[in-house]
Design a protein around this ligand. Structure first.
Ligand code: UGY
Ligand code: MN
Length: 253
């Protein structure tokens, strides 16, 4: 049942944002043509990264140069082709099916287009923070179906996949949680890392700060550093979400 006119489940506070798809409004973005692009998390709301949802049809494409930024692209549905090139190598082409992902480091050119009727892409984008003199990691592709899940803090009801390598050159992590109905985060987390999240299956209740929100597939959430957070999966099917987290850097400089 849809909500009456004038009502929304979306809520934006200084500590978190819950964005429900019924309120999504597209933006025209440089580099993206014939694409439906929604900026669901941005510095304008207080985040230090951007989270975009892009819908591509065969007539559309995105192209650009990452510059000081890094991108993580995840294929929510459909399939895409990504062409990319760095200073050291020529252009390469990668085919990503549903569940596929691609990390594009700074100083890389990219072009992405759909090779199906309609592809939905989730993108996390931020300024890469170098660690001393070290270099950014190389481009990296995978598919979440090939990543092994591990019980989160020993709970087999909450399985976690870590999509990017756990090495210090990465300043972001992107993970996928699968919660069985009734499974929860084991505690109300309160941590320095911020999150951007997209619910890709099922439903549940998200605690954000001191509020509890029913959430469902398609909803997106931003959590500021130290925003208390907790989740329980409800309904009869597992709930799944993909989320961004800043990692491996000290705030003390
Ligand atoms: O990695 C995390 O901080 C994760 N457990 N947080 C979350 O799912 N809200
Ligand atoms: Mn967390």
């Amino acid at each position: 049942m849809s909500l009456p006119f004038g009502a929304t489940r979306s809520i934006i506070t200084s500590r978190y944002a819950l964005m429900s798809p019924t309120g999504f409004v597209p933006s025209i973005l440089p580099g993206w043509t014939n694409a439906h692009s929604v900026i669901i998390v941005s510095p304008q709301m207080g985040a230090r990264f951007c989270q975009l949802l892009i819908t591509l049809t065969p007539a559309g494409e995105g192209r650009g140069f990452t510059g000081d930024h890094e991108y993580f692209m995840f294929v929510v549905s459909g399939s895409v082709v990504v062409e990319h090139g760095g200073r050291l190598h020529g252009a390469r082409e990668i085919h990503l099916a549903k569940g596929g992902y691609f990390y594009i480091p700074p100083q890389h050119s990219y072009r992405v287009w759909a090779n199906c009727a309609e592809a939905h892409l989730l993108i996390f984008e931020r300024i890469y923070e170098r660690l001393g003199e070290s270099h950014a990691p190389p481009p990296m592709a995978g598919n979440e179906t090939e990543v092994e899940a591990a019980p989160f803090m020993g709970d087999e009801g909450a399985m976690l996949k870590t999509l990017l390598p756990d090495t210090m050159d990465y300043d972001m992590a992107v993970n996928i949680f699968t919660f069985q109905p009734g499974a929860t985060l084991p505690m109300v987390e309160t941590h320095i890392m911020e999150h951007g999240l997209l619910l890709i299956q099922g439903q549940g209740i998200y605690r954000l700060d001191n509020d509890w929100h029913p959430v469902q597939e398609g909803d997106a959430i931003w959590m500021a550093p130290y925003c208390p957070q907790w989740f329980v999966a409800t309904g009869k099917t597992p709930a799944r979400y993909i989320y961004y987290k800043d990692v491996n850097r000290s705030p003390a400089h």
